[in-house]
Design a protein around this ligand. Structure first.
Ligand code: PMP
Ligand code: GLN
Length: 394
């Protein structure tokens, strides 16, 4: 078996599967270890899929994606300041498939791709599948995990082919600010680089504004935007995403899709079009609830001396600094699950710069989240007190 397909990312979710197994066995476990919305897909979207299926949309669909869906996607980008046409869009089976396909179409062995770290756990495996090199630059926790364009510039070499960004960011919930975006766009133009932008949390912004990479000046021909309905519409299981890029790249992705995917399901594309074009009242309430949950966690952990929260500006995750406990991220996450029944992910699973942090998903209601935070605080304080006692004894 080829090493190109190996990636350590998958191991990050081992703790999540342990938590699910215990929950299934009837234990009271609060699962905060995965970014899957706890909301059902809004009923109008489900009904649209059913109607479309009943209407016979159960055959192969256009490999690039149905025109009506691509038009709806383009319209969405118009609202973000991007003037595109449907030929610049290809529909993919989720953003993950889009990321993988883009890597196959852009990268050659030995190319370097600059990725701020911590980063979403699958990036390493995606890049490794092409034999490109992932060049990590650290997001510093003492700067709130905010990206500094100077760190990107310092990492550019003659082999650099692309910069790969994710804003709003998983796992930190930070947004790249306007000045940094413009500095990065300038670097891409000056060094002839692609900007690959994963924007799956674009619709979940609490403070600040989402910047679409394709709307940056001079980047129409060198930016690739990847997005999906997974998080914005609670549709993770529908596997519906897309890529927006220059026509030549989209045509290249079309060739790949011919041999890899052969189009996404017809009726799912119809439902996706309706999800993007119809008024769906449930969405607003759903998006608002993430903000309320974020605030509930910040309030619940504000008085805990053993942890510190980095408040996210967007997305569905939140990073908690547990360094005062003296435990590693993984040891803390294990103890929190084993002794207090709450599952979170170790920050280190996302990269070494998140060592000493754990990631919480805002995917249960406020009451349950607040209760989980109490358990987390208890776990952290006990560990910190034990560490303190041990060092006094020594
Ligand atoms: N990128 C990021 C940053 C993610 O967190 C995820 C996971 N939801 C994905 C891509 C993949 O999303 P999708 O469900 O659309 O494949
Ligand atoms: N993106 C989600 C997360 O970061 C989960 C996706 C998955 O389980 N592959 O937790």
């Amino acid at each position: 078996l080829t090493d190109r397909i190996a990636g350590e990312g998958a191991a990050a979710w081992n703790i999540h599967y342990r938590a699910l197994a215990r929950q299934e066995a009837g234990e009271d476990i609060t699962v905060l270890s995965v970014g899957d919305p706890d909301f059902d897909t809004p009923t109008p979207i489900v009904e649209s899929a059913v109607a479309s299926m009943r209407g016979g949309a159960t055959h192969y669909a256009d490999v690039q994606g149905k025109h009506s869906l691509r038009e709806a996607i383009v319209e969405r980008y118009r609202r973000h300041g991007v003037e595109a046409d449907p030929e610049r869009v290809i529909v993919m089976a989720g953003a993950q498939c889009g990321l993988y396909a883009v890597a196959q179409c852009l990268l050659d062995p030995g190319d370097e791709v600059i990725v701020p770290e911590p980063c979403y756990v699958t990036y390493e495996a995606v890049l490794r599948s092409t034999d490109a090199t992932m060049v990590r630059i650290p997001l510093r926790s003492d700067a709130g995990f905010r990206l500094d364009a100077a760190d990107i510039e310092a990492a550019i070499t003659p082999r650099t082919r692309a910069i790969m960004l994710n804003s709003p960011h998983n796992p930190t919930g930070q947004l790249i600010d306007a000045d940094t975006w413009h500095a990065i766009a300038e670097l891409c133009r000056r060094h002839d680089l692609w900007l690959v932008s994963d924007e799956v949390y674009a619709n979940l912004v609490f403070e600040g504004e989402h910047q679409c990479a394709a709307a940056l000046p001079g980047l129409e021909d060198r930016s690739v935007v990847i997005d999906s309905l997974s998080k914005s519409h609670a549709m993770t299981g529908w596997r519906l995403g897309w890529v927006l890029g220059p026509r030549e790249l989209i045509a290249h992705l079309g060739n790949l899709a011919l041999s890899m995917l052969y189009g996404c399901p017809d009726f799912i594309q119809d439902a996706a079009r309706d999800a993007l074009t119809r008024e769906i009242p449930e969405l607003q309430a759903m998006h608002e609830s993430y903000r309320a949950r974020r605030d509930a966690v910040c309030a619940a952990l504000a008085d805990c001396p053993a942890v510190e929260v980095i408040p996210p500006a967007a997305g569905m995750f939140l990073m908690v600094d547990i360094r005062a406990t003296g435990l590693s991220s993984q040891a803390f996450a294990d103890r929190l699950l084993d002794e207090h029944g709450v599952s979170v992910l170790s920050g280190e699973a996302f990269g070494p710069s998140a060592a000493g942090f754990v990631r919480l998903s805002l995917t249960v209601d406020e009451a349950r989240l607040t209760d989980a935070c109490r358990r987390l605080a208890r776990c952290a304080e006990t560990a910190r007190d034990t560490a303190g006692t041990l060092s006094t004894v020594q």
